[in-house]
Unconditional design. Structure first.
Length: 274
């Protein structure tokens, strides 16, 4: 399949959003939502608008920057990670992965560069040439460094499994959305337009994924950003728990163009990926 450069730019921007999208629940098979009455239709419309509002606020940002500290425990092994993230709405990005091993990832809108200072080598992929392998490579890196819970991915899939939506009796701003086959629960703060909790269950009713979002800051008037996120996943490889702390959040700040340029030392060996 051949893509024009413009089509690739659109795809790349969509992939870059995955870095802070995070919540991409895998729900097997799309279902027709259960809508049997006007009240059901209104409930689904309420859920749809709440999901869209969480994501839509990011669409208006010209730039986004933050620092991430993530601790993951899986099968008795603890991994400590630290990276910084800078993103511009035209699709450019820079990720400086600082711990446990320093790596730098830069996408200037056309070329994706992966630089490993320890071995003085870099790999560059020209995604603008219609290179699906390069696009997949960049997407894999971005997904690896995604932060669960900032946005809500797979919105259409979630709604295809929709069951109900109602506001909590004691907190009218909180909307509880549930789905079935498989079962899931979303808690959304409709006033702040943020996700608070996501839970997914298997066919036996066992919790397989839990995401909790808390400790919100307001880096820009009306824009609430979480600084603490906890994820628990249960799968074939056992249980995995991760804790994320986000800091140094900056929205719509001017980012110098040089940040999005892969300026490498002269002694670095540059390889080109096909």
């Amino acid at each position: 399949m051949h893509f024009t450069f413009r089509q690739y730019r659109i795809l790349c921007v969509a992939a870059l959003l995955a870095v802070y999208t995070g919540l991409n629940p895998s729900l097997s098979g799309a279902l027709e939502p259960v809508v049997s009455s006007a009240s059901d239709t209104n409930a689904m419309a309420l859920a749809s608008e709440a999901l869209d509002a969480v994501n839509r606020r990011f669409d208006g940002l010209s730039t986004l920057q933050y620092e991430v500290q993530r601790t993951t425990v899986s099968r008795g092994v603890t991994l400590e990670e630290h990276w910084s993230f800078a993103y511009a709405a035209d699709g450019r990005l820079r990720i400086e992965y600082k711990k446990p091993e320093k790596r730098i990832f830069v996408f200037d809108g056309k070329v994706f560069t992966e630089y490993l200072p320890a071995v003085r080598q870099a790999l560059q992929t020209d995604i603008g040439d219609g290179n699906p392998h390069g696009f997949e490579r960049m997407s894999a890196v971005l997904q690896r460094l995604s932060v669960d819970g900032l946005r809500i991915g797979n919105r259409d899939m979630l709604l295809s499994h929709f069951e109900s939506a109602k506001r909590l009796d004691d907190q009218a701003a909180i909307l509880k959305v549930t789905g079935k086959d498989p079962a899931y629960t979303l808690l959304i703060d409709t006033q702040r337009q943020t996700l608070l909790r996501f839970e997914k269950y298997d066919g036996k009713g066992t919790l397989t994924l839990s995401i909790r979002v808390s400790d919100f800051q307001e880096p820009m008037p009306g824009f609430w950003f979480p600084t603490a996120l906890q994820t628990l996943a249960e799968g074939a490889n056992g249980k995995s728990e991760s804790t994320v702390a986000i800091s140094a959040i900056r929205l719509n700040a001017v980012i110098p163009d040089k940040i999005f340029k892969a300026t490498l030392p002269p002694d670095v060996k540059v390889n080109t990926a096909n």
